[in-house]
Design a protein around this ligand. Sequence first.
Ligand SMILES: NC(=O)c1ccc[n+]([C@@H]2O[C@H](COP(=O)([O-])OP(=O)(O)OC[C@H]3O[C@@H](n4cnc5c(N)ncnc54)[C@H](O)[C@@H]3O)[C@@H](O)[C@H]2O)c1
Ligand SMILES: [Zn+2]
Length: 374
Amino acid sequence: MSTPHRVKVALPEANSRGYEVLVGSGLFGSLASILSRFCPAHRYAVVTDDHVAELYAVRLSRMLHGAGYRTDVFAFTAGEEQKTRETWTLVTDAMMEAGCGRDTALIAFGGGVPGDLGGFVAATYMRGLPFVQVPTSLLAMIDASVGGKTGVDTPAGKNLVGAFHQPNCVIIDPELLSTLPEEHLRAGLAEAVKHGAIADAEYLAWIEQEADTLLAGDAQALSRLIVRSVEIKAEIVARDEKEVGPRKLLNFGHTIAHAIEALSGYSLLHGEAVAVGMVEEARIGERSGVTAPGTSARLRTILSRLGLPTSLPIDFSADDVIGRTRTDKKARNGRVEYALIQDVGTPVSREGRWGHPVADETVAEVLAGANGNR
Ligand SMILES: NC(=O)c1ccc[n+]([C@@H]2O[C@H](COP(=O)([O-])OP(=O)(O)OC[C@H]3O[C@@H](n4cnc5c(N)ncnc54)[C@H](O)[C@@H]3O)[C@@H](O)[C@H]2O)c1
Ligand SMILES: [Zn+2]
């Protein structure tokens, strides 16, 4: 195992403790000793999905049992459609039945779905258990596992029920990506493009240049990507843990993304929806006069190189999408707020506010005729 990179998430609020994100090849094999240091407990509840469980649960349980820890694995059916209150009920009931008490720590193990759901179980079970994130998808490694947002979807929209609950640490082993299906690798890269778009133009250029290497699953390139994305996310979360200010930037592309993800019945992957969302929100910014002309075209070029979709699915109408954006958490006083960028790498704040209310008519103008290839 190489020496891990350590990225500190320094939390601003007085009663919040900071934590570390460890990134290193082979770290998964040292999980027991990392847990004993960062999240000691008598027993561990592993919350995961059935794909990840099939690949890694035996190894994980053996390691923890071998180190003398009682370990139970709670695996639910994989997929965004399972990130619900019903699955939360199933998992918490199973944990009660297994006798998990307050001496238990939780391991959220998997992609962003087990990460968000497991984190929400940790936030609520017996009024809160300590937990660690052990992400296994690229999207979860670079985004979902860092920052303490946990929750589930409801029929009205994505992530509408949840809690802020910070992990004790995040343990990232890029070797686990060797089994990740390619479409999910691409979907994860969409969030990396978002990090470049909101914070670091040079990083975005590097992603574009290394697109083929990254898509080929090159371990070194992926590790570098994970570390830079985690640094950007950690820096933003440190400025604004509870998303009252600059953290809203991380929602770039997400107002449209959440709407089309839900409209697709979750057949569109989160990262794919974010790719489309960033292009459309850059166009909304251009139309509103806050985003430099050409920004959406630049993003479209990079996202296409990564094999990601860049336009609305053909059967989605602008009205349906706009209707869905109103139920997103980002709707305020009847106007939907968007996190916009001035140019790639440079976000826009309006008198210190990071959400930009945009009139539905502007969004409708942009989305009209936005389906299919432009
Ligand atoms: N909390 C946050 O701040 C935050 C940020 C971004 C995204 N999210 C959430 O993350 C979710 C999307 O995450 P995701 O794309 O990881 O979804 P996911 O958890 O459904 O994982 C995608 C698929 O990859 C499989 N998988 C995961 N790791 C694997 C591995 N190593 N090998 C083989 N298969 C593997 C999973 O079983 C699943 O089928 C969304 O619900 C989104 O809202 C949360
Ligand atoms: Zn996202």
